[in-house]
Design a protein around this ligand. Structure first.
Ligand SMILES: [Zn+2]
Ligand SMILES: [Zn+2]
Ligand SMILES: [Zn+2]
Length: 360
């Protein structure tokens, strides 16, 4: 109590909330002072709760720490934490008492202050203790705020192992994941740290689990990248299909249907795949190995023609060469080939969703 009384109350009071400068401020200026008054009301209410804690007016609970006593109000504590409520209900006597030791006195003080108000700047330096307290007293909002604080540049190669162990004890899975990601990024520096060495000796199982979690996370990342790469290829194929239909139907600059007069001077079209396809179609038209299948360019062209035939749902109107013949030929494909081919076709169709355009 003596410690508290020694504090300068006005110094420990939080600064007033800054005035809104966004849309709300503009609206309130238009509407008059209605919303401005509302902001001021919220600020003064926060000040009121802070003063209630700081001044300890009619406090009926004494929170005992390892370096002093903090007066508080049973109603506030009990409403904020089910654990504190239960402790207070079981505590006898007019002046109730709670003991919170094992964490620094100032950490307990800012913790109790939080129960009255909200996160204050001075809490930043006690974030580890606050995580423990939030877990012990079941205050989910505080736990989330601690994890959010730790997400922003709090982890270092020196503290990450301690934070990881604490995150496991405090049942904070997001923080565990953040620690594992941090360790994975700086594995060389972390494995040389004191924390890692101690953990390997005192808790070898956890060290093994951490390595396993890191490997699992890396594997997941690789798989995700692989899927993204695959999706890119299917999107490219989908775009090539679109461009192919456009070349065969409308013609593009110098290449197109026989019945169309094309001027090479036309402006470039909207299909980026056209340029590559133009040279491929030109090559296919003139290559002697086209039917024999000995040329890689022609093979690619055959694949595109077959893919088009698989995707095309037009009957007689389709202008793409060999579409009808290839559709008929496909009916005699081997079953085993069909599975692979159908998978490719469905992936290209799926890519249409990601590229956001319907087939022409
Ligand atoms: Zn084009
Ligand atoms: Zn060829
Ligand atoms: Zn077709």
């Amino acid at each position: 109590m003596a410690e508290r009384e020694g504090n300068n109350v006005s110094k420990s009071s939080p600064p007033r909330a800054p005035a809104f400068v966004g849309l709300d401020a503009i609206r309130s200026r238009r509407k008059g002072t209605g919303e401005k008054n509302c902001c001021a009301a919220v600020g003064s209410r926060r000040d009121f709760w802070d003063r209630l804690f700081t001044e300890g007016y009619r406090a009926d609970v004494l929170v005992q720490t390892n370096r002093g006593i903090i007066p508080a109000h049973a109603n506030v504590l009990g409403m904020a934490s089910p654990v504190l409520k239960s402790v207070l209900n079981n505590s006898k006597g007019r002046r109730k008492s709670i003991s919170i030791r094992g964490v620094p006195h100032d950490a307990v003080r800012v913790f109790i202050r939080y129960l009255y108000t909200s996160w204050q700047e001075e809490m930043d330096q006690f974030v580890i203790s606050l995580l423990v307290l939030s877990h012990c007293f079941l205050i989910t909002s505080l736990k989330q705020e601690c994890v959010q604080k730790m997400e922003k540049g709090f982890l270092t190669t020196e503290n990450v192992i301690d934070v990881l162990q604490l995150a496991r004890l405090c049942d904070a899975p997001r923080l565990c994941l953040l620690c594992c990601r941090f360790i994975a990024k700086s594995i060389d520096a972390v494995s040389a740290s004191e924390g890692w060495k101690v953990m390997r000796k005192s808790n070898p199982e956890l060290a093994k689990e951490t390595v396993k979690a890191i490997k699992h996370d890396e594997l997941r990342k690789k798989e995700r990248l692989k899927k993204l790469e695959e999706r890119k290829i299917y999107i490219q194929l989908h775009r090539a299909m679109e461009a192919f239909i456009h070349i065969c139907r409308d013609g593009c600059r110098t290449i197109g249907p026989i019945d169309k007069v094309l001027k090479g001077s036309d402006a470039p079209c909207n299909f980026p795949a056209c340029k590559g396809l133009e040279s491929l179609v030109r090559h296919f038209a003139g290559c002697k190995n086209r039917v024999l299948g000995g040329c890689s360019h022609c093979k690619r062209m055959w694949q595109l023609l077959e893919l088009h035939a698989s995707l095309c749902d037009q009957t007689d109107e389709c202008r793409v060469p060999l579409c009808k013949q290839l559709k008929e030929k496909m009916q005699y494909r081997k079953k085993k080939d069909d599975i692979m081919w159908n998978m490719l076709v469905s992936k290209v169709l799926e890519a249409r969703i990601f590229s956001g355009a319907p087939f022409l």
